[in-house]
Design a protein around this ligand. Structure first.
Ligand code: PEP
Ligand code: MG
Length: 880
């Protein structure tokens, strides 16, 4: 085990006969960790060493310098590496070249820097040419080094180098740079040197130790580069983790047609299928794959859509390598009991593994792989739950294409990240930032770079014209759960004319386009989508979740459609039916408004009588849909301003619509107007003044209950603050109940959404069967912050570190949470059978759910689509 007391040891070696299998990713970074593990398993890995993450923290602590003890250990390791490999760093006969890679505890693909072929200069390139008898290879490696060093360490825009290369390739009519002649390579290198000189007025170091030192520093510095910072904040990765640096002797995938480089996943990262999945490039180095600049071939025939090209698959073209590789891959997966993402290189027929890590995957794949591995006996049920994040489930509920419509498929790319997204097309991150505020946006790029991470997060989907399934765009989009289509070669991005050219079709910037990241289709215009149907492993997963959670999860719904969605996700019932929302339909709204606006009790009762059958019909339909599942029906709680217009023009329209003289509408609205309607005449108070409103609702309720076979009825009173108020309303309920349906059993509950109700829990609890905590109002009234206006300034609190999270999103445990806890304890002290749940928005927030579990609540209720997320959060919290 690597202990803190060994902190003076800054570097750990791998690839020798040394066992560091106990090292931890937080010390060695995930790359260093994977290499240490493979090293102890005796796998073929090029030897090297890792500078631990403490080195990164030390670098920052020392004002961004590499301390002498670290450097001394690096130099000593290089000497050892020279001995081990029989090569010489900065000299001959065979120069030692190095690959330097970043590697934090949590994988941050492409977010930090990597540099290959370090150790080449004008002299060693010659030596390398002699030693390998292959000058083309030596100069190709040198060309790559200058390009990477110039871009990464010296900050020269990458496209300047690509333009040189593309120009030469075009001249020679070549698809890949693998075909560049030695002469062409000399020209490229001369031009690269000119670019560096013009741009920086200096040149890259010829001294290989200077190259090494500067690159280590650059990798440490890239920990705080803009794209890494953005990625960490999007993925909740701790800024203090720091990155390790792995320094490994180079093996070369660019030494001819018996050399190659590739990436392999032990299972399909998009679908989760249990088959090897990956890509490779012949005579190339790994960065080409990752950058997405060249389109690779799949490793299996399965991955190649056209039969004619099937012999390009690695398994056909290099069967021996394929079989060695697949055996090692399976061994690695079994060892880590996790799907692995493996980078490999073949140098003149010899296979080397360069790294292994737990593979990033789509949400669907995450669920399928976890369930499959449980069924294969590799992990237990608790581990399955640990591996699936609430975000995964959220992504699974992403829309898919509605198959019933006719679509026009313009072209086909690679299905890089599942889901369907429509948006107006834009070509630059700036446009994404500007337009995504108001419109759904599709980011279209030749390929994405890690600098695009921020705009990828803002876009609805990503379409690239180059790159494969393991290119940056694909990996990042999959992780984000963004639909993505990669490598759509038929598309030309014409920046000058601001359009896309697909065949003969021109699609101007700003037009709608759709991508289907599940199939790779690029579709004209905006299309209708539907939510993904649960797949078998998802069902098994949710069964497991159901078994492992303690709290009940219900849905907030007031329509049959929403309720049915909740049922399809296995809700335990409806936890909140906001009856005022049942009047949103235009016909009902008109009568409802008339009822609110009338001056006389007689005409109010008249309107209520007309509304009653409508309300009854709606209740009945809900009861039938629920088929005996419980439903909490909350009697009216309308803050009246939500139902009445304020703009003069809208007032005139309303007068016309409900057939009242405008002057009368104005007079009544004036009378009803409240300075602070959220704290005004709403909730149970409305029924204290106008009991007839609740009477109508109760009649509708009990009458509809009589007409269905099964109903589990729960009646709930909103915004109460005192036991006497509850008794008053309870009497009204009982009166109607006795009159209409005395044999129908119902439960009575109150919402706890005012601090006074929480304080009075002990006196209210004996009167009721349940409390449902309305955390939206309870947060509003506890903080004294309007739930409608808080957005404007709560962000300032967060930015200044005064609030950790928006209390309307994640429960404030110390304040609102303490009130809830008190209500539970005091309520149960006078009514031990009291059931307590949550029906505010916090009922669907995983962090809040964890708190609700910890204080022993009985249920949460949330929007129907969040039911699976809430269930998973509840199960995870129960296992803590
Ligand atoms: C609440 O206040 O938390 C609640 C569920 O009620 P509403 O949002 O309808 O006010
Ligand atoms: Mg409320």
């Amino acid at each position: 085990m690597l202990h803190k007391k060994q902190i003076e040891q800054w570097v750990y070696r791998f690839g020798y006969d040394t066992d560091y299998s106990n090292g931890h990713p937080s010390i060695l970074g995930n790359k260093g960790y994977g290499l240490a593990q493979m090293s102890s398993l005796g796998f073929p890995i090029p030897p090297g060493f890792t500078i631990i993450t403490d080195g990164c923290r030390d670098y920052y602590a020392k004002g961004q310098t590499i301390a002498q003890p670290i450097w001394d250990q690096v130099v000593a390791e290089i000497q050892l590496l020279e001995k081990e490999t029989g090569k010489h760093f900065g000299g001959g006969p065979f120069p030692l070249l190095l690959a330097l890679r970043s590697g934090a505890k949590s994988s941050m693909p492409g977010m930090m820097d990597t540099l290959l072929n370090l150790g080449l200069n004008d002299e060693t390139v010659q030596l390398l040419g002699h030693a390998t008898q292959d000058f083309r290879f030596a100069y190709d490696s040198y060309r790559r080094f200058i390009e990477m060093y110039g871009h990464i360490i010296m900050g020269i825009p990458h496209h300047l180098f690509t333009a040189v290369l593309d120009g030469i390739k075009q001249q020679d009519n070549l698809r890949h740079q693998e075909g560049l002649s030695l002469n062409a390579l000399h020209t490229v290198i001369d031009n690269y040197k000119k670019i560096i000189w013009t741009h920086t007025g200096t040149t890259y170091p010829q001294n290989v130790f200077e190259q090494l030192r500067k690159t280590i520093a650059a990798i440490f510095a890239s920990w705080n580069g803009a794209r890494a910072v953005t990625y960490r904040s999007l993925n909740h990765i701790d800024d203090q983790d720091g990155t390790a640096v792995t320094i490994q002797s180079m093996v070369f995938g660019n030494r001819g047609t018996d050399s190659l480089t590739g990436v392999l996943f032990t299972r399909n990262p998009s679908t989760g299928e249990r088959s090897l999945f990956g890509e490779y490039l012949i005579n190339a180095q790994g960065e080409e794959l990752v950058s997405g600049l060249t389109t690779p071939w799949p490793i299996t025939k399965q991955g190649i859509p056209s039969i004619q090209q099937a012999d390009h698959a690695l398994e056909e073209k290099y069967p021996l390598i394929f079989s060695q590789l697949s055996n090692l891959a399976i061994e690695l997966e079994n060892y880590f009991r996790e799907m692995q993402d493996i980078e490999y290189t073949v140098e003149q027929g010899k296979l080397w593994l360069l790294q292994t890590r737990n593979g990033k995957r789509s949400a669907k794949a995450a669920v399928k792989i976890a369930i499959d591995m449980m069924q294969e006996g590799k992990i237990d049920a608790k581990e399955v739950l640990k591996r699936i994040d609430c975000n995964h489930i959220e992504r699974l509920l992403h829309p898919t294409l509605d198959e019933s419509q006719t679509i026009e498929v313009l072209t086909q790319g690679l299905p890089a990240a599942p889901g369907v997204a429509s948006g107006v097309i834009v070509f630059s991150p700036e446009e994404v930032a500007a337009i995504s505020k108001t419109e759904s946006v599709l980011l279209v790029r030749p390929e994405t770079t890690p600098d695009d991470i921020g705009s990828m997060a803002m876009a609805a989907g990503i379409l690239t014209t180059k790159g494969g399934m393991t290119a940056h765009a694909a990996v990042v989009a999959r992780g984000m759960g963004k639909p993505c289509v990669c490598g759509a070669h038929d598309i030309t991005i014409d920046r000058q004319n601001k359009w896309l050219l697909i065949g003969q079709t021109k699609i101007p910037v700003g037009s709608w386009l759709t991508i289907n990241g599940t199939t790779g289709q690029v579709i004209k215009g905006k299309v209708a989508t539907i939510r993904q149907k649960p797949f078998p492993e998802f069902i098994t997963f949710m069964q497991l979740v159901d078994k492992l959670k303690r709290m009940e999860v219900r849905a907030n719904a007031e329509t049959v459609q929403d309720g049915a969605v909740g049922r399809s996700f296995g809700m335990a019932g409806i936890g909140l039916c906001r009856t005022e929302h049942m009047f949103f339909h235009p016909d009902k709204m008109c009568l409802f408004r008339k009822m609110i606006l009338t001056f006389s009790k007689t005409s109010r009762i008249d309107f209520l009588t007309k509304l009653m059958p409508m309300q009854k019909r709606d209740f009945k339909a809900l009861f039938q849909m629920l088929d005996g599942l419980p439903i909490t029906i909350r009697l009216l709680d309308p803050p009246l301003h939500e139902f009445l217009p304020s703009h003069p023009k809208d007032l005139a329209d309303l007068a016309l619509q409900i057939d009242y003289p405008l002057s009368e509408v104005e007079k009544r609205i004036e009378l009803l107007s409240e300075v602070n309607p959220m704290l005004g005449h709403r909730g149970a108070r409305l029924a204290i003044t106008f009991p007839e409103i609740y009477v109508m609702q109760l009649q509708a309720l009990f009458q509809s209950a009589l007409e269905v076979e099964k109903v589990a009825l729960e009646i709930m009173l909103p915004l109460v603050f005192d036991a006497k108020e509850v008794i008053f309303l309870k009497n009204i309920i009982e009166e109607v109940h006795q009159k209409i349906a005395p044999h129908i059993v119902y439960k009575l509950g109150v919402m706890i959404e005012l601090p006074r109700a929480a304080l009075q829990a002990a006196t209210i609890a004996p009167l009721v069967d349940f409390f449902s905590v309305g955390t939206n109002d309870l947060t509003q009234t506890t903080f004294g912050i309007s739930r409608d206006d808080g957005v404007k300034f709560l962000e300032d609190y967060q930015q200044k570190g005064l609030l950790q999270a928006d209390p309307f999103v994640t429960i404030d445990q110390e304040g609102v949470g303490a009130l809830i806890q008190m209500a539970v304890t005091n309520g149960r002290s006078t009514n031990p059978r009291l059931k307590v749940g949550i029906c505010g928005e916090h009922g669907g927030d995983p962090a809040s759910i964890q708190f609700f579990e910890s204080i022993g609540l009985d249920y949460v209720s949330t929007s129907p689509y969040r039911v699976p997320i809430a269930k998973l959060a509840a199960a995870k919290a129960n296992l803590l």
